[in-house]
Ligand binder design. Structure first.
Ligand SMILES: NC(=O)c1ccc[n+]([C@@H]2O[C@H](COP(=O)([O-])OP(=O)(O)OC[C@H]3O[C@@H](n4cnc5c(N)ncnc54)[C@H](OP(=O)(O)O)[C@@H]3O)[C@@H](O)[C@H]2O)c1
Length: 354
């Protein structure tokens, strides 16, 4: 916990985040965080609604000056993380009926009166207006009392994190067979996504997906750079018409998912020097010549210009040959997903041996 928080504090210090906060933190986790935080969390975003009122956590948040933000204020009926308990509550229905308000308004007003920030979602304009119409009336003491007596039950039990075989589910479990892809196809059919794709898919996973996909993946975004060239995957992608997109094209030096192997490569350094280009440009040009989409990240304006200046020159056969011979090593090993009692006993399991 401390490592991640220190990173977030650093973002705050650099002005990259105006405030930093947490989500789904219990009172215990929040108190632990507060014991080590130099920059205190501004908010804690958790499930809050009349059926999951978060009394203890609200007390801790108030005492410590952390704003409680409530998600699923209407119980998120019909989603995997919610239930019908709020929207079907007879008590709330009665209160709403007697008051001439909707059940949703009763919930939102209740949260507002607790002093919580509330995060309600609707795509429906009429309901947006309804959800905003909670500020010029209030609940009576009797109504508040009835709500406070409601039996409590969490909408998001977190059962998906509990399993007999260790802390992690496999990618296959998370994909629920074809379940996730069918949902993505439906988004595509409804016009909510122009195209759909995947990330970090091995050639094996991609071929499995292609065997049942009705809408084919447009892209597969994976780590790619001269030190991790993805030759086999590129072949499969080309054959199947899936655009390969490379992240960490410079090796993402200094990040938890990258290494210095690319930026410190003697071979790339020599090529760059002889050619009067930067090492970064050599990497990016190499990827461009492979026909890959490349996703390079910089916050620096000069480097943005440098990274774009790769289109009116090319690598020689000899340079390409030298790059093709570079020893291969993945930056994002995925070691954090490997454990003795989880689905992945070694890194090769995670990446399907690739
Ligand atoms: N789908 C996934 O699982 C996944 C995983 C990892 C990353 N990504 C995405 O891929 C994108 C890029 O990858 P990345 O950030 O991992 O790696 P990257 O682009 O290889 O490396 C970024 C680092 O290179 C530096 N840099 C950029 N241009 C440079 C240049 N011309 N000379 C020297 N240094 C330069 C940047 O520093 P400065 O900013 O200081 O210039 C930054 O530290 C990001 O948008 C990221 O979100 C996706």
């Amino acid at each position: 916990m401390e490592g991640v928080w220190r990173g977030m504090e650093e973002c705050h210090r650099l002005g990259l985040a105006r405030a930093i906060g947490v989500s789904n933190f219990s009172a215990k986790k929040l108190e632990h965080l507060l014991s080590l935080a130099a920059v205190r969390p501004a908010v804690n975003q958790v499930e809050v609604n009349p059926i999951w009122q978060q009394r203890t956590l609200r007390e801790v948040c108030r005492r410590e000056g952390v704003q409680l933000c409530g998600y699923s204020p209407l119980g998120a009926k019909g989603t995997p993380w919610g239930s019908a308990a709020v929207m079907d509550s007879a008590v709330l229905q009665e209160i709403a009926g007697a008051k001439g308000k909707t059940l949703a308004q009763i919930c939102l007003r209740w949260l507002n009166e607790q002093g919580d920030v509330l995060l309600v979602k609707t795509y429906n304009e009429k309901r947006m207006r309804e959800n905003l119409d909670i500020f010029n009336w209030e609940l009576t003491d009797e109504e508040r009392e009835r709500i406070s007596q409601m039996p409590q039950q969490r909408g998001l039990p977190g059962l998906e994190f509990i399993s007999d075989h260790g802390p992690y589910k496999s990618v296959e479990d998370l994909w629920d067979g074809d379940g996730v892809w069918r949902g993505m196809e439906e988004c595509h059919r409804l016009g909510l996504a122009r195209a759909i794709g995947v990330s970090n898919f091995s050639d094996k996973k991609l071929e499995q997906l292609l065997s049942f996909a009705v809408v084919r993946p447009a892209a597969n975004q994976v780590e790619m750079n001269p030190m991790w060239q993805q030759r086999k995957l590129r072949e499969v992608c080309r054959r199947e018409g899936v655009q390969l997109c490379g992240y960490s094209p410079l090796g993402a030096k200094g990040t938890p998912w990258g290494s210095a192997a690319v930026m410190d490569s003697g071979v790339l350094h020599d090529i760059a020097q002889t050619k009067g280009k930067t090492l970064a440009q050599i990497c990016l040009r190499w990827m461009y010549e492979q026909g890959d989409v490349l996703l390079v990240k910089t916050y620096n304006e000069n480097r943005m210009k440098e990274n774009l200046d790769i289109f009116d020159w090319e690598l020689t056969e000899e340079e390409r040959d030298k790059i093709s011979k570079l020893p291969q090593q993945r930056g994002l090993t995925g070691m954090q997903f490997v454990c003795d009692n989880g689905p992945y006993k070694c890194v090769e399991d995670l990446w399907d041996g690739a």
